[in-house]
Ligand binder design. Sequence first.
Ligand code: AMP
Length: 522
Amino acid sequence: MSSSATKKIIGIDLGTSNSCVALLEGTEPVVIHNQEGGRTTPSMVSWSGEDDIIVGAPSKRQMVTNPTRTVFGIKRLIGRKFSSPEVQELASSLPYSVVSAKNGDAWVRIDNETHSPQEISAHILSKMRRVAEEYLGDAIDEAIITVPAYFDEVQRQATKDAGTIAGLTVRAIINEPTAAALAHGAHHEHDQRLAVFDFGGGTFDISILAIESGVFEVLSTSGDSQLGGDDFDRVIIDFLADEFQTRNEFDLRTDAVALQRLKEAAERAKIELSSTMTTDVNLPFIAAGSTGPIHLQRQLSRRELESACRHLLDQLGSPCEKALGAAHCRPEDVDQVILVGGMTRMPAVQEKALDIFGKPPSKGVNPDEIVAMGAAIHSGIMGGELQEIILLDVTPLSLGVRVISGKMSVLIPANTTIPARESKIFATIEDNQTFVAIEVYQGEAEMAAQNRRLGRFILGDLPRAPRGQVRVEVSFTLDADGILEVEAVEHSTGREASVTIEAASGLSQDEILRLAGKTRGY
Ligand code: AMP
């Protein structure tokens, strides 16, 4: 145990599959072992018994016997609507039940109770907090949490709320690739350009950064928030289940326990095939046939895995091209490619990174720990222990307002360095129009309705005049934490209105406080 005179801010990588906690000792980030001895903790929460909630490795161990009450991959649901196509597709393949909350958010049902993804994530954060507290022998109440660069405002806010429910003041939400670059760059003094290739259980992120004289500038970021290791597992599950069904006329996917065993075996096979050319999938008594038990036994080769997952591997290229284009870089301008996330251990993924950037990715950083270490370094920047580092991040998605055609008029484009301020002038569209409603959206679709709606406000009491003659200047100010303030000013009268758009995560303050009371004792 070590003790600390000043309160520590912990850095938490809240991963889709695994989470990791680190803190700064002196100027060095240190990853903390959990109570089970692991340096990372499975991001899994199970309900066993009445109010018994199990988190991490013990939850993973009982996944097969308790599939409908064991939640994994909650990060893929946080801040999302139940009706979104991504959630619909995901929900159909999960052994636990995903339902629509009253406000349309995707929640999880365990027995007769529903739980928000924020609350479930809070159980994982609480566990990480306790890991750090046991190590320090001191209470922790502040954290920096990382999120995929591609998370929108609602997903970020929901993650922040999860922190609050876990009894933590979230000092900052930072992007995972930015954190990885911080951890890598802290040990490489010279100026360079980095590509952080972050491929985890649920998402793929790519960021291009420039490090110059201790200034970390994110030049661009892109990704695919619906592409991850789970998709590879699903391909293997379908591959094996389809074959099994053809031979035995039984669909293993219709049996929750069989599906869970298959899922575990699929992931294990994928991981083993990163270091061997063939592996055995062996699932005895997986189903009951008319003539007795049926077993699934099959050898799977790396070549079969790669060819079945080719379409997924091919999806890695386009976000990288987008990020390079937005950073005005060619692949040869990138000095180093840093791999983050468990999926980058797959040889075919490393080959893809080599293909795209024309150079082998750098080895020597632990892809499972680098993000949490970067979050701990960021805590040092915030706490003043590491003053020589300056971080300039970008906004991952465009911000704008809806105009009469239904399109989104962009004020702050994706990849703008934050903090940022931009304005645009709009004119009235009707004679004697007395107010304008300003609707703020975030996303890349041309039509506003296909993007995320962040808020709406009204500028009223406009002077009466023919259409087109009253002009309203709308300004967006985005601070370094990604909080957006929107102002509207009518030019002739100087009338103004403004709002701070803090995206609502779907939970009210009361609900967050109520859940915080419940989770803190756990
Ligand atoms: P992360 O979200 O970074 O924890 O990454 C977890 C994902 O990486 C999961 O889909 C794991 O199955 C996958 N993974 C972990 N280790 C390996 C490995 N050695 N080879 C292939 N995939 C791996």
